[in-house]
Design a protein around this ligand. Structure first.
Ligand SMILES: [Zn+2]
Length: 485
């Protein structure tokens, strides 16, 4: 299960709505998306200044301030003809609004390599406006008219003086339009090149290797040594090559953590569960924790458990494919247990079920993540088995986002999370952890004993997105499991 990103997103939403820049996503890839504020674009001939930003899914730690950030805004000047970039300012933010640190950079102009983040922004900002053809024609007309007028005036003057008509001279009369015409050619050239580049890229899906040759990427040796912002050696660090300064967003000064943005956690390969702890010092407990989830739920003590009080309400919803699962957030819904109220923050799905019951997995599971005012978490797991079609799930699948990290909020569709619950509210309970990095412990698990049904088609649809997004079973290590009788 996954909590932090959505919480940050939710916290950021009202503020971003009020903020001035209008961010538009121009590229989305695992772990980050690149956005551009079109209202910031300033053109001076072939040079375009624009504000872009990278929104990371996972927070990174700023090496200078020790604070976490998830958004990096950058003001960069792009030379559309020479395909150079020069970042003049970067702003690191905790979320949409909270600034961690600002830095002015004095970098040199650097060539923009194909496939980089800067390349993506450059292509957007250097693309001439849609009506450029009309503009060109109009400017040419204006220039011709003014040239003619100037000629006519000169001609008249010269005629009056009875001298020969100097036609050529009028062309240097200093009107801006004159210089505007030659500047168009390189612009078009850059545009054609950009078009060629994007055609190249459109064919195969972007390979992760593309990011590898970035000169901004810290050397692996930096990664191993530093574990936090606080144990930096007192020795002065060698000056970073000026090279790094000029680029826009793929660079972060906190070398140690940037690496992690490149190896993203997942369920197989280098980012797989056995490596989660190595990807980021913050994930340490994924490997060392002794109260981790999921577990095989068995040998519980059978007791009378306090019924969970559900205050689930129908509301609109927001669904996102966050690269790990489909995740849904709803309006005001909550549960109460042992006198404590936990708000429903989000729910999401795993296939197959992460938890086992007496050694058996289910086809899927929904995790409903709740948070109390004191920050403590309670997760309700609803196991899902193959059977009849589930109308609640169907509503969600009907509104499944087409793109990763681009949420869908259907304006007229209402769901009631109570419809996801089984008829019997009896449950197992134990203390565990988040089942995704950073694997934080102290999570109260409430696993519904009765599964709900979903159709084979509905399981297949989820499988198209996530064939396997279940963390392996963790050691129970003598933990007490209670089973409602
Ligand atoms: Zn989960």
């Amino acid at each position: 299960m996954r909590l932090a990103p959505i919480a940050i997103l939710l916290a950021g939403l009202p503020l971003s709505a009020a903020a001035a820049p209008t961010w538009q996503t121009i590229s989305s890839e695992p772990g980050k998306r690149i956005e551009l504020d079109r209202t910031s674009i300033k053109r001076e001939g072939n040079v375009v200044q624009a504000q872009g930003r990278v929104v990371l899914e996972k927070e990174l730690i700023d090496g200078k301030s020790g604070a976490g950030y998830r958004v990096i805004e950058a003001i960069t000047r792009y030379d559309c003809t020479g395909r150079n970039a020069n970042t003049i300012k970067r702003i690191y933010k905790k979320n949409e609004s909270e600034v961690v640190r600002e830095e002015e950079t004095k970098g040199a102009e650097l060539p923009v390599r194909s496939g980089t983040l800067d390349d993506k922004v450059l292509r957007e900002v250097c693309r001439p406006p849609k009506d450029s053809q009309a503009e060109i024609a109009q400017k040419a007309n204006e220039a011709a008219t003014q040239l003619k007028a100037a000629n006519d005036a000169l001609l008249k003057k010269e005629m009056a003086k009875a001298e020969k008509p100097p036609v050529v001279k009028a062309a240097d009369s200093g009107h801006g339009e004159q210089s505007a015409i030659p500047s168009i050619r390189p612009n078009l050239k850059a545009q054609m090149e950009a078009a060629k580049e994007s055609a190249k890229e459109a064919a195969p899906p972007p390979a992760p290797a593309k990011e590898a040759p970035s000169p901004a990427k810290p050397k692996p040796s930096m990664v191993v040594v530093k574990t936090s912002a606080y144990d930096a050696p007192p020795a002065p660090k060698p000056k970073k090559p000026a090279k790094q300064e000029g680029y826009m967003l793929e660079v972060s000064p906190s070398g140690a953590v940037v690496q992690h943005a490149h190896t993203h956690w997942g369920y197989e390969g280098a980012g797989g569960p056995e490596n989660w702890a190595n990807l980021d010092p913050k994930n340490k407990v994924c490997a060392t924790g002794e109260r981790q989830s999921p577990i095989d739920i068995k040998d519980g003590i059978k007791v009378d458990l306090e019924p969970i009080q559900f205050s689930y309400r129908p509301s609109n919803f927001r669904i996102i494919d966050n690269g790990h699962t489909l995740q849904v957030s709803v309006g005001e819904s909550a549960i109460t247990l042992t006198g404590k109220t936990y708000e429903l923050v989000q729910f999401h799905f795993h296939r197959p079920s992460e938890e086992k019951i007496n050694g058996q997995r289910f086809d899927m599971v929904a995790h409903l993540v709740h948070k109390a005012d004191d920050g403590s978490l309670a997760v309700i797991a609803v196991l899902m088995e193959r059977g009849s079609e589930n109308p609640f799930i169907q509503t969600l699948w009907n509104n499944m986002p087409l793109e990763k990290n681009q949420p869908v909020s259907p304006p007229t569709v209402v769901i009631d999370p109570a419809n996801l619950l089984p008829a019997s509210r009896n449950y197992y309970t134990y203390m565990g952890s988040l089942t995704t990095p950073p694997c934080s412990e102290g999570v109260l698990w409430l696993v519904m004993k009765q599964p709900v049904q979903v159709s084979q088609d509905q399981i297949n649809i989820f499988s198209r997105l996530y064939r396997n997004n279940a963390r392996p079973i963790q050691q129970t290590s003598g933990r007490l499991i209670k089973e409602g009788r």
